[in-house]
Structure formats: structure tokens, C-alpha cells
Design a protein around this ligand. Structure first.
Ligand code: EPU
Length: 345
């Protein structure tokens, strides 16, 4: 094969691309300039062109954790790099390299089909593999960081590709080095390290209830149980627009937790770092009477108060207006600040 045949295809550029189908809130939004990225090799040229035109830019994966305005100015990079490959395997673990544009749930299914259990608690989370480490997605007692070996990304500060080992990713609850440095990294590939020794993690209340009479479930049984629980509690974005949890679970000092518990004996919380407690934001919002509330075209989901929904025709402004009402009421009732979880673009 000659050099020309080996050269990457240039990325496809579209002006005023509609994004209603590419954000799970279903907001009517468009990208001024959209670059479709199907291979890492396309990125340096795209970024050079963006810099030359002095455009703002951002990456859009599955659009499941973003609040989009009517028009996204500048450049939007649509992350569509695919490919899933077991790169090495020994007695302890397997390494699996996955393209940033691969659908997260499809990858979880693939891992089980290929006898690499571990990720089943994270089934049915919307979004892409490349977006997963940015907010360190987590559910039912595990977080994606627990399974990451390293991350390959384009660093827009140095105009070069970098490989960050897990230790450099500064993972924490819904947080990472990538989230702390926005507009810098474009995640192209995530390398997962999946241990050969598998253990069921069903301690989380919802799963423990599900397996009350079967304490040794298989990975597939856990996968199906997680899908069932999520389907029951969380709205399907294809039916009702939403971005999953709209707020993070707030972390408060033990003393504040004790005071709150004195006043609200049913307060739901979990242990966190020493001296701290994580409160269930859904419970706080529910107690304020917001569950199922509607404000114009947007509202609070009827089965889970932590999820804000677009009933159709809602906008970023509508959802942020509702979020502000909730934040104010929760602050007034409990003295706790709620942080918005999705990225406001
Ligand atoms: N609760 C209420 N009312 C509600 C919602 C929740 O009283 O309307 C109570 C529940 O009864 C429960 C507690 O609050 O005792 C926690 O609720 P849940 O188990 O549904 O989990 P969560 O803390 O609301 C977190 C993650 C979810 C993840 C689940 C399961 C965050 C911000 N959210 O939700 O992640 O699926 O745990 O592990 O950490 C997401 O980030 O998009 C997401 C869906």
C-alpha cells in the first residue's frame, strides 16, 4: 500500500448541523461547524484549522451529559472513533483498548459476551466510552475509574498525543483531571484493565433487594438486574429527554450531617472520605416536594427526583430555571448546595 492509501481520510465538516438527535435532553440545538472525527490521526489537522480561525471548540460524544444552547458557536468535534480490541491478557487481567466513540452500553455488553465480567453494574449508562472517564461515571457501588488502565488523548495545550496512566487522571466521585481541565483533552482511546478474578458487587441497596434470595448471581444476572432497575427508575431518553442525574450527591462534613439527621431522621446518606458524608440529592429534592412537578416544557421525573426532564420543546434556559428553583429550595430547607452535574455548553 502506498503512502496516499495509508493517509487518514480528512474529517467530514458540516455547517449548521442539527443536534437534536445527538443530545439526550432532546434540545433543539445546532453546531455552527461540526467536524466528524473517525480516527485520531484527523485531530491535529482539525485543531490546527480551529486555532487558525480562532474558534472556540468542544467535543460531543453521546450528548448524554450536556446542556446545549440553541446554537453552539465555533467548532464541535463529533467523537466517532470506534474499535474494541483485547490488547493483552495474562493470569491476572486483560487489557482492552476501546475507541472514544464506542457506545458505553454496547461496550459493557461486549465485555460480558467476551467473558470479561466486571463492568456489569455500569450497564445501560448512556453516552460514549470517551466521555465515561471525564465525569468518572458510576452506579451501584462501582465507578469506571476502578477499571481504567490508561487513557490516550490529544492535548490541545501541547498539540500532541498523550497517554495518561490512571494515576495521572486524578479520579474522584464524578470528577477527573479531564473535567478539571476543560477545553484541553480529546479522549481518543480508553484502555481498560479487567481483572480475571471476578466478584459480584451487590451490596448497593437496589441490587441487594434484587438478589435477596440468590446471593451468588452471575455477571449476566447482575447485568440484567441493573438494566431492570435503571429502566424502572430512570426515563429512557428516547422517550423523555433527560441527562440522568442532574445534580451531584452533595458531600458535607460529619457535623453538618449529624445536625441534619437530628432534624430529619429519614435523611439518606452514604459514608464518604474520612470526616465526610455523601447525601442523597434525590431524597433532598423529593422532600421539597418537587417529584413529578412540571414547569412549562420541563420538569422533575416522577420516579426519581434527581432527574430533570424535557417533556418536549424545552430549552437550556428552561431547565436551568427549574434547576435554580430546586437549588434555592434545597438550600433554604437543608442548608445544602446542589451542584449541577451535566456540562453547560
Ligand atoms: N431518593 C428519594 N427520592 C427520589 C430519589 C431518590 O427518596 O426521588 C432516595 C432513594 O430512596 C435512595 C437515595 O435517595 O435511598 C438514593 O437514590 P438512588 O439509589 O436512586 O441513587 P442516587 O444517589 O439518586 C446515584 C447516581 C446515579 C446512579 C445511582 C445508582 C449520582 C449523582 N447519581 O443516584 O447515577 O445510577 O446512584 O448507583 O451519583 C447519573 O449520574 O446520571 C446516574 C443516574
Amino acid at each position: 500500500m502506498n503512502r496516499a492509501q495509508n493517509a487518514p481520510q480528512p474529517s467530514k465538516l458540516t455547517r449548521n448541523l442539527g443536534l437534536q438527535g445527538r443530545n439526550t435532553f432532546g434540545f433543539d440545538a445546532s453546531a455552527e461547524l461540526a467536524y466528524e472525527i473517525t480516527s485520531a490521526e484527523q485531530i491535529p489537522e482539525v485543531m490546527e484549522s480551529i486555532a487558525a480561525q480562532k474558534l472556540s471548540w468542544r467535543v460531543l460524544g453521546g450528548g448524554s451529559n450536556v446542556i446545549l444552547p440553541k446554537v453552539l458557536p465555533g467548532a464541535t468535534l463529533l467523537m466517532n472513533i470506534i474499535g474494541t480490541e483485547i490488547t493483552s491478557s495474562n493470569q491476572e487481567h486483560s487489557l482492552v483498548a476501546v475507541g472514544g466513540g464506542v457506545n458505553w452500553h454496547d461496550f459493557v455488553s461486549w465485555s460480558l459476551d467476551n467473558d470479561l465480567p466486571g463492568l456489569e453494574n455500569l450497564a445501560l449508562i448512556p453516552g460514549t466510552v470517551g466521555a465515561a472517564p471525564i465525569q468518572n461515571i458510576g452506579a451501584y457501588g462501582i465507578a469506571v475509574a476502578d477499571y481504567i488502565d490508561s487513557i490516550e488523548a490529544f492535548d490541545a495545550h501541547t498539540d500532541s498525543f498523550v497517554t495518561l496512566p490512571k494515576s495521572a487522571c486524578h479520579f474522584a466521585y464524578r470528577d477527573s483531571y479531564f473535567k478539571q481541565h476543560p477545553h484541553r483533552f480529546i479522549v481518543t482511546k480508553v484502555v481498560f484493565k479487567i481483572p480475571k478474578q471476578w466478584q459480584a458487587r451487590i451490596h448497593y441497596a437496589d441490587l441487594a433487594n434484587q438478589f435477596a434470595t440468590n446471593v451468588t448471581p452471575s455477571p449476566e444476572e447482575i447485568f440484567l438486574a441493573v438494566c431492570k432497575i435503571r429502566t424502572r427508575k430512570l426515563p429512557d431518553p428516547k422517550v423523555i429527554g433527560n441527562a440522568g442525574s442532574f445534580f451531584q450527591n452533595p458531600i458535607v462534613p460529619n457535623e453538618q450531617h449529624e445536625t441534619l439527621l437530628g432534624k430529619h431522621p429519614n435523611l439518606v446518606s452514604y459514608p464518604d472520605a474520612p470526616g465526610k458524608r455523601k447525601l442523597a440529592a434525590g431524597w433532598l429534592i423529593d422532600q421539597c416536594g418537587f417529584k413529578g412537578e412540571r414547569m412549562g416544557n420541563v420538569g422533575v421525573y416522577e420516579n426519581q427526583a434527581l432527574v430533570l426532564v424535557n417533556h418536549g420543546g424545552g430549552t437550556a434556559q428552561d431547565i436551568l430555571g427549574l434547576a435554580k428553583c430546586i437549588q434555592e429550595k434545597v438550600r433554604k430547607e437543608f442548608g445544602v448546595s446542589l451542584e449541577i452535574e451535566p456540562n453547560i455548553l
